[in-house]
Design a binder for this molecule. Structure first.
Ligand code: NAP
Length: 464
């Protein structure tokens, strides 16, 4: 038999939903597999590909964004087609995709965020770090986010790397940011910022931080801001000391924090304060504006699970502030027609194979990778082995004849459907034109690129 699915005569037809890092790692792993011939069509709701690399990674971390070059190499493979500006479930349905493709991979990441569930959380200028990040990175859905930087203090809740990103962007000078690809609207707003004190608040102690060494080190090199850590808050309880014994990365974090207590204030006009063992209990507003945050002091208790948990002491303190950014984790959102585990915010799966929650069995030909598979953890590179694992599951299934062939595998069928429906999909070639326009505008201003934000402005580059 020469025309079996996966042969040169009848390539395996794969759809990938979401053009972020895990989508590209899935595509690369599929196209690299030498035992089978396969094609990948990648669908993305936005015009621009690269997901969090474009809209999440901080603009001043250009080295992390360099990974996009690898994604471009995958996109240049002969078996790859890009369909930007196509929303799954709106422009093309799950059923239609099942008709055109043998295999569907969901790689939509974690597009929402977790909440604190405290009074005052919905006041203006209380927002998720996710939204703030999307705003300064020029995400089209967040360009009109109302960010008021006229207050003197901001509170960032959480001590992960996202918290570090937003605190650093608030602390940096225009000079430090103007050579990055930060959105023009954000740079203009930051240039007028009145914020002098940025409080990064942890519910647990310094031995439970989630940020990494490079991020805490950077805090010591800010042009306009001193980093402030209270010596008394660095004292570790016995359980915490024991938990981090031999953990060199965590010891290094502590070394940096201790060094900041020694350096102290050097007279810079802004300050990034790290505060520990505090949980916000209320965001206090006056006349519809945030004026302060009430926080409860915590103590640490080892739990039966081995985890060290924060527990309220009934003592409170209030920090005056006018901007609150909650940076307590991303959350996945459900896709129409696809199983979803609400509790964990992921698509239920077994080694990347999507599971039907009603029957508990895997759904033939449907797979998942990245944050929507395992939750919002790890750095960009973590998604590579994760994606390879899911692709391996898929090829194992193919080998065992567990993937039913698509009814309409002709590559022209999907383009015909989108065209008939009037969906203006953006191909890889068209995206490269937009990309080139951004890079060339950046050259004139000494930046890696000037991001085009509006959909209409992107299409205008294509002469529409
Ligand atoms: P994260 O690393 O999971 O950190 C979340 C933080 O929120 C933790 O400090 C957590 O504290 C805290 N938190 C959760 N619920 C809370 C609550 N109800 N009240 C107070 N605090 C609460 O998440 P992230 O910062 O969003 O980052 C997501 C992933 O992206 C991470 O793997 C991160 O490393 C990665 N990332 C990497 C970079 C980089 O490499 N430069 C940049 C950005 C993001 P507990 O520990 O007490 O739960």
């Amino acid at each position: 038999m020469t025309n079996h699915v996966g042969s040169p005569e009848r390539p395996l037809r794969c759809a990938v939903i979401g053009a972020g890092p895990s989508g590209f790692y899935v595509a690369a792993a599929i196209l690299k597999e030498t035992g089978h011939t396969a094609t990948v069509d990648m669908f993305e709701r936005l015009i621009a590909p690269h997901g969090l690399v474009r809209y999440g990674v901080a603009p001043d971390h250009a080295n992390i964004k360099a990974v996009a070059k690898t994604y471009d190499r995958t996109a240049a493979e002969p078996g790859f087609r890009y369909f930007g500006n196509v929303a799954f479930g709106e422009d093309i349905t799950h059923e239609e995709l099942k008709r055109f493709y043998d295999v569907i991979f969901y790689t939509t990441g974690a597009q929402s965020d977790r909440r604190l569930n405290i009074p005052g959380e919905d006041l203006p200028n209380s927002m998720s770090a996710t939204e703030f990040v999307a705003w300064y990175n020029g995400h089209p859905d967040y360009k009109d986010l109302n960010v008021d930087l006229s207050c003197e203090a901001a509170i960032v809740v959480g001590v992960g790397n996202v918290a570090m990103d937003v605190a650093r962007i608030l602390a940096k000078s225009v000079d430090e940011l103007k050579g990055t690809d930060i959105a023009d609207h954000a740079l203009a707003a930051l240039a007028e910022s009145n914020i002098k004190d940025i409080y990064v608040v942890a519910r647990r102690g310094p031995a439970q931080v989630k940020f990494t060494n490079a991020e805490i080190r950077e805090m010591g090199h800010l042009e306009l801001a001193d980093t402030v850590v209270l010596d008394r808050e660095l004292r570790l309880d016995r359980a915490s000391s024991a938990a981090i014994e031999g953990d060199t990365a965590m010891q290094k974090n502590l070394d940096y924090l201790r060094a900041y207590t020694e350096i102290g204030l050097t007279g810079k006009p802004r300050r990034v304060h790290f505060r520990f063992l505090l949980s916000p209990t209320e965001i206090i507003g006056e006349d519809g504006k945030i004026v302060a945050v009430k926080l409860e002091r915590n103590e640490l208790r080892p739990a039966v699970s081995g985890d060290i948990k924060a527990s309220g002491t009934g003592q409170f303190e209030t920090i005056p502030a006018g901007l609150i950014l909650r940076s307590v984790g991303y959350k996945g959102v459900p896709l129409p027609g696809v199983p979803f585990d609400k509790r964990n915010g992921v698509i239920p799966n077994e080694v990347g194979r999507v599971i039907d929650l009603d029957t508990g069995r895997t759904i033939a030909g449907e797979y998942v990778a990245g944050w929507i598979k395992r939750g919002p953890t790890g750095v960009i590179g973590t998604n590579k082995p994760d994606s390879v694992e899911s692709v391996n599951s898929m090829f194992d299934d193919l080998q065992q004849g567990k993937i039913p062939p698509a009814a309409e595998p002709d590559p022209a069928a999907v383009t015909a459907l989108l065209q008939a429906r009037g969906v203006r999909f953006v191909t890889q070639e068209a995206w490269k034109q937009i990309d080139a326009a951004e890079v060339s505008a950046g050259k004139e201003r000494g930046k890696p690129r000037v991001k085009i934000i509006d959909k209409a402005a992107m299409l205008a580059v294509l002469g529409e």
